[in-house]
Design a protein around this ligand. Structure first.
Ligand SMILES: [Zn+2]
Length: 414
């Protein structure tokens, strides 16, 4: 039996809604939807709403304990990054087995930020540890991922509460787990992961199983998603492309109009791409020839087959200047839009492309989406391909208006 503060007990309120207080300074609204994508529950029946709000009361208690612990958690803020959601409101329900628990408010995903308002990996671990020891729950889990192509390690806390009825006498399972890139990384333990030189490592040096170590030390090649039949093939350059790459070796200056493939010249993927215009230069340890050969690979294996099916294909950005882990900097990635296609078509085009062409990674991207209001920037599709055989077959959706901004699989936000 849980002792519920009568002031906040939803069963004692005269109806509940998004303004209902759950703890000092914490209302139901804090747990609805995701940042920039609030969801509404006020239209639900009072029974359904009250069931949800009972779970949120437990979450609010967990939050309150951090807020009030100013000795240990000064300048620390616990934010909801995935709260209660309604089907079709913002999250594809088949993306995660947690969806039903998210609908009822049992599962909330949190992000912990420090003084500077940025996600703080160490504090995230401390909050999870604190909850593990001082509250009751079905599961507390650290949820790490390296989905952000820049190589930034993201950490969240999954907090799951049991089903709570009017009698307020749930039993709490008390599971503790650590997840990495959407997979169980360590069961029955919270492992603190940090990032050094783009390689995640365990701070405590806690024993890690060998299979976990593999995915742990080599995140770039971790198979996150089952590739489609023709997508994880060992991509070999066709003879014409091999000849093109050889032709390059003899050139000191590579002309802008160098023909990468029948329909694409070098400048279309570099200095004259529609949005980002960067002339070819040697960088990130690669020669100009290496980079242009990567672009030849992209043009022949990705762009030509897509253009043959989608005549509106436009390359908005391919090679870029930069030193971070972005595949654009190596000539391994390009961004595309499609003239004549409306925003909602991008989701189906992305799904089509994943079976049409080999790929290392495809990202369905919604940039500036919060300010779009029907007239902003259209989505775009980022696609990458390596010349090596270790294609990840990774599918992601990016939305500037969500936190975390990168999520696995394709979600239609248009
Ligand atoms: Zn891109």
């Amino acid at each position: 039996m849980i002792l519920v503060d009568p002031k906040y007990n939803p069963d004692l309120q005269n109806g509940v809604n998004s303004a209902t207080a759950l703890a000092p300074g914490i209302t139901v609204a804090k747990f609805l939807g995701a940042p920039g994508n609030p969801c509404v529950i006020d239209d639900l029946s009072s029974t359904v709403k009250t069931d949800i709000v009972r779970h949120l009361y437990l979450h609010a208690e967990a939050m309150r304990m951090i807020n009030e612990n100013t000795s240990e958690f000064k300048d620390v803020t616990v934010n909801v990054i995935e709260g209660v959601y309604r089907k079709s409101s913002f999250y594809d329900e088949n993306l995660t087995g947690l969806s039903q628990k998210k609908e009822t408010g049992r599962v909330i995903i949190y992000e912990v930020t420090g003084k500077d308002g940025k996600s703080d990996l160490e504090m995230t671990y401390d909050v999870a540890e604190f909850w593990k020891d001082y509250i009751q729950y079905d599961e507390v889990a650290l949820d790490y991922d390296l989905y952000n192509p820049s190589g930034r390690l993201h950490a969240g806390i999954i907090l799951e509460m049991p089903q709570v009825s009017r009698s307020w006498d749930p039993s709490f399972v008390g599971n503790v787990n650590t997840y990495f890139n959407g997979k169980l990384f360590k069961s029955s333990e919270l492992v603190e992961l940090l990032l050094d030189d783009n390689v995640p490592y365990s701070k405590s040096g806690a024993p890690i199983s060998s299979s976990a170590v593999q995915s742990f030390t080599a995140p770039a090649t971790t198979q996150l998603f089952t590739p489609q039949p023709n997508t994880d093939a060992n991509v070999k350059l066709d003879p014409a492309s091999v000849a093109k790459c050889e032709e390059l070796q003899g050139l000191t200056e590579i002309p802008n109009d160098f023909q990468l493939s029948p329909n694409f010249t070098l400048d279309m993927l570099s200095s004259n791409a529609i949005v980002s215009k960067y002339p070819i230069k040697a960088q990130v340890g690669l020669s100009k020839q290496d980079i242009v050969c990567n672009l030849i690979n992209l043009a022949n294996n990705i762009l030509e087959p897509i253009l043959a099916k989608y005549s509106g294909l436009m390359v908005t950005s391919a090679f870029r200047h930069g030193t971070d882990a972005s595949q654009h900097n190596k000539g391994e990635a390009c961004d595309m839009q499609f003239s004549g296609s409306n925003a909602s078509a991008y989701y189906s085009i992305a799904n089509d492309i994943r079976t049409l062409v080999p790929h290392d990674q495809i990202i369905l991207e919604y940039g500036d989406w919060s300010t779009r209001k029907g007239q902003g920037r259209d989505p775009w599709i980022h696609i990458s391909l390596k010349r090596a055989a270790d294609q990840r077959g990774q599918l992601l959706t990016y939305n500037t208006n969500r936190s975390p901004d990168y999520t696995p699989g394709f979600t239609n936000f248009a």
